[in-house]
Design a protein around this ligand. Structure first.
Ligand code: GAR
Length: 198
């Protein structure tokens, strides 16, 4: 059974979907959810699902990313994960961190990468008058939102969309895509998955 550690910063809706997916004949199980803030709403949701949780607060290490990551690594490695899932984890990671978990760390990003790396993806897609938007699950490398793409889900972008309405439509697809990609990844399948919705 593959051991999965999930990193979150916020409400953790993607984390919940990942945890809920890992049952039955799924080849992986969640062993730990880590948040970089004790205020992350997802911590209580993980605990409700029976998954151990930990907090590694980035704030005491302000301006010293390697020191924050050293603490994060200590907590992650104590859980001996085979796979790390970033699920709304909003800290930029150093090359040392990404190299340590190369080939076993996934991220979900709310755009059709390579478009719109970084923040404010939905506002940028609307400003560009794109006709479609979506989300991407990719392997994490040193390049921000730049690793090999494992799956994408596309949704139509409507003329009256606001960042909030688009985010809600994309989030539904995140919840569909991420569990599917994680399962395939845990089974050793790194081929790309493409989902489309009308
Ligand atoms: C999700 O939309 C995820 O794609 C995004 O944060 C949200 C977290 O929601 N991630 C990023 O922007 C990463 N750069 P959740 O906490 O409800 O899963």
């Amino acid at each position: 059974m593959k051991r999965v550690v999930i990193l979150i910063s916020g409400g953790g809706s993607n984390m919940v979907r990942l945890v809920e997916s890992m049952t039955g004949d799924h080849p992986a199980r969640p062993v730990l959810v880590i948040a970089n803030s004790a205020g992350a709403g997802g911590l209580a949701r993980a605990a409700d699902l029976g998954v151990p949780t930990a907090v590694v607060d980035h704030r005491p290490h302000k301006g010293d990313r390697p020191a924050f990551e050293a603490e994060l690594i200590r907590v992650i490695d104590a859980a001996a994960p085979d796979i790390l899932c970033l699920a709304g984890f909003m800290r930029v990671l150093t090359e040392g961190f990404t190299a340590r978990y190369a080939g076993r760390m996934l991220n979900i990003h709310p755009s059709l990468l390579p478009k719109y790396r970084g923040l404010d993806t939905h506002a940028r897609a609307i400003a560009a008058a794109d006709t479609e938007a979506g989300c991407t699950v990719h392997e994490v490398t040193a390049e921000l939102d730049g690793g090999p793409i494992l799956g994408q889900a596309r949704v139509p972008l409507r003329a009256d969309d606001t960042p909030a309405t688009l985010a809600a439509r994309v989030l539904e697809q995140e919840h569909r895509l991420y569990p599917m990609v994680l399962r395939r990844f845990a089974e050793g399948d790194r081929s790309r998955l493409d989902l489309t919705t009308a």
